[in-house]
Design a protein around this ligand. Structure first.
Ligand SMILES: NC(=O)c1ccc[n+]([C@@H]2O[C@H](COP(=O)([O-])OP(=O)(O)OC[C@H]3O[C@@H](n4cnc5c(N)ncnc54)[C@H](OP(=O)(O)O)[C@@H]3O)[C@@H](O)[C@H]2O)c1
Length: 164
């Protein structure tokens, strides 16, 4: 069984669908209820409260770990999730990190993510760390300024930046 966190968002929703279509047994995790593909088990859990995840991880062979919102804060302790996964018998973890860990290493959220990357590497589990650049879905954040002012604001207006 593979546990997918952030399972109802941009990345997790697509990943969950792909794994289900590949015949994998998937447990999809998010805080709120949501429709998931047929055959997928959905569990409501908050990654900010790792103790509640033990039952979710029980019997899992792999974990796809995606952090969102407050979980990027310096005071968050997402590395606890790695210890919990290892203790639950998970053998492989895939962490969705960010290119920013390398390009803006001193940003507060980058410090937290780098610490989590280190925890993954030291966990003794098989691991992969993904460091994507910006997502095309970030453009939705411009909706309000486009609607009200007809403006898109970005700090690098003359530079082409590839998006995922
Ligand atoms: N956007 C970028 O340009 C970019 C670039 C590089 C890396 N990333 C990484 O990608 C992440 C965003 O991925 P995305 O676009 O797929 O996110 P998204 O669409 O915002 O979805 C977030 C998912 O996480 C769940 N979630 C949020 N807080 C949670 C919590 N405390 N406990 C459990 N589940 C929680 C949400 O469901 P509920 O709300 O129901 O819990 C939802 O399923 C970023 O946080 C960053 O780590 C993003």
């Amino acid at each position: 069984m593979i546990v997918v966190t952030g399972a109802t968002g941009n990345v997790g929703r697509t990943l969950t669908q792909a794994l289900a279509e590949a015949g994998e047994q998937v447990t999809a995790v998010s805080r709120h209820t949501a429709a998931v593909p047929s055959g997928v088990r959905h569990v409501q859990a908050d990654l900010g409260r790792p103790q509640g995840l033990a039952a979710v991880l029980d019997g899992a062979k792999a974990l796809f770990l995606l952090l969102s919102g407050d979980l990027h804060a310096p005071e968050a302790r997402p590395a606890d999730l790695i210890d919990l996964a290892a203790a639950s018998g998970v053998r492989r973890v895939v962490l969705l990190s960010s290119q920013g860990v390398a390009t803006r290493p001193l940003g507060p959220t980058r410090i937290a993510m780098r610490a989590l990357e280190d925890a993954v590497r030291k966990s003794g589990l098989d691991w992969a760390v993904l460091r994507p650049g910006g997502f095309a879905s970030n453009a939705f954040a411009w909706a309000e300024s486009v609607r009200t002012q007809g403006v898109v604001a970005a700090p690098f207006g003359d530079i082409g930046v590839p998006v995922v």
